[in-house]
Design a protein around this ligand. Structure first.
Ligand SMILES: Cc1ncc(COP(=O)(O)O)c(C=O)c1O
Length: 402
């Protein structure tokens, strides 16, 4: 067996299951889960139709690189969304959702033959795949904390110079899961300078880029590079239809950026066998070409957040994020930072599931930056999310029972 498998940590939902084991939630309340960050709005009918129309493609093997029509759908979207002109032949590649791509990219770029062991820098808290990908690629992980005092910006300055020297890959999550924070241009400038100095690759995970609450759409990594007059060297952006188009079951996304990395990534993927099915490609081409459903989806989230956030703000340390579908809330001081105890008692008394923040982060440099926070995914419909918020607000003003 691959000994690196033993370095993997239990997934947060497994830990949540254990936390709730033996708890019988109050029968007075119907169950509401804000625990899992999985889109629940209906899939637009035209995407389902395009999938059906792609059925004829079943009789042939798909190409790992995707065909030109698919790749042009990606570059057209990048042009509309960010004003960028990428070459469909060399600068984009289809992936089966951003999750597998985040994983496979680490296997492609990390050189584990180096001593000392290479480092992958991850935000903390973070999307759990970053850690597992790094560990299975034979790297160590350095956890860079997000700073609540600066809208949860990742504190790149806290990473020691010796760590940067060993760093081969940095994951950026913007908009962030779980914080919802968008990385501003100045932070990009800083990270690009560090990448120039130390030669690491930046993987910019942007799967929440279309769910935002301010007028200005979130800045993308490639867009930031262009604004700073740079090319895309050592930069790969990853994006996905899952959240944008409510198709998490489709497994469709793409990567874009540095043509050299894309070339090596294609080689890796050819052997890995991760070509996108022709059906999925047909549905994806239709989805990337349409913005009407994306605007409508965003409006649904905006209405939901506008209804829920004011109910929670008076009782919890929480505010409207820049983007994403999460609220990243501080638990009341009476809980002494025990987010797991808060989540467990909320579940027992009010049958509402939230995810303890400490499960989404690691203890590093003496603290767990997820401690004392919970993540609420506002993926259910507005009525259900509002009802959950009312119960949480009622719960939050009570003192914890001993
Ligand atoms: C930050 C982040 N990145 C990537 C993904 C993966 O999404 P998908 O594989 O559906 O594109 C998720 C899913 O929850 C996520 O939260």
């Amino acid at each position: 067996m691959n000994p690196l498998l033993d370095r993997l940590q239990p997934y947060p939902f497994e830990r949540l299951r254990q936390l709730f084991a033996g708890v019988t939630p109050s029968p007075a309340y119907s169950p509401i889960s804000l625990g899992i960050g999985e889109p629940k709005h209906p899939t637009p009918p035209f995407i389902k139709q395009a999938l059906i129309e792609g059925l004829d493609s079943l009789s042939g093997y798909p190409a790992t690189a995707g065909d030109l029509k698919l790749r042009t759908a990606f570059t057209n979207w990048l042009s509309k969304r960010y004003g960028l002109a990428l070459d469909p032949a060399t600068q984009v590649l289809p992936v089966n959702g951003s999750r597998e791509a985040l994983f496979a990219l680490a296997q492609t770029v990390v050189d584990s033959s180096r001593t000392p062991r290479p480092i992958v820098v991850s935000p903390n808290p973070f999307y759990q795949i970053y850690e597992g990908s790094a560990l299975l690629a034979g790297a160590d992980v350095w956890y860079a904390p997000s700073d609540p005092a600066r809208n949860f910006a990742v504190d790149w300055d806290s990473v020691p110079a010796e760590v940067w020297q060993r760093t081969q890959l940095v994951y950026v999550c913007s908009p962030g899961n779980p914080t919802g924070a968008v990385m501003p241009l100045d932070e990009w400038r800083k990270l690009f300078a560090l990448s120039d100095e130390h030669g690491f690759v930046i993987a910019s995970d942007e799967c929440y880029s279309e769910i935002y609450f301010r007028d200005e759409p979130p800045l993308g990594g490639l867009e930031a590079a262009a604004k700073l007059g740079r090319d895309f060297r050592r930069l790969i952006a990853l994006t996905s239809l899952s959240k944008r188009s409510n198709v998490p079951g489709l497994r469709s996304g793409f990567v874009a950026g540095d043509a050299e990395i894309i070339k090596r990534f294609l080689l890796y993927r050819t052997y890995h066998g991760s070509a996108m099915s022709g059906l999925v490609a047909a549905a994806s081409i239709a989805a990337w070409a349409d913005e009407t459903h994306v605007v409508d989806n965003r409006e649904q989230y905006r209405r939901k957040f506008a209804a829920v956030t004011p109910i929670l703000e008076p009782v919890l340390d929480v505010r409207l994020p820049d983007a994403s579908f999460y609220l990243w809330a501080g638990v009341p001081a009476a809980w002494n930072g025990d987010d797991a105890a808060f989540a467990r008692a909320l579940y027992a008394q009010y049958n509402v599931t939230v995810l303890p923040g400490s499960y989404l982060a690691r203890e590093a440099q003496g603290s767990n930056p997820g401690r004392g926070r919970v993540r609420m995914a506002l993926v259910a419909d507005t009525a259900e999310c509002t009802e959950a918020a009312r119960r949480i607000a009622e719960f939050a003003i009570q003192a914890p029972s001993a």
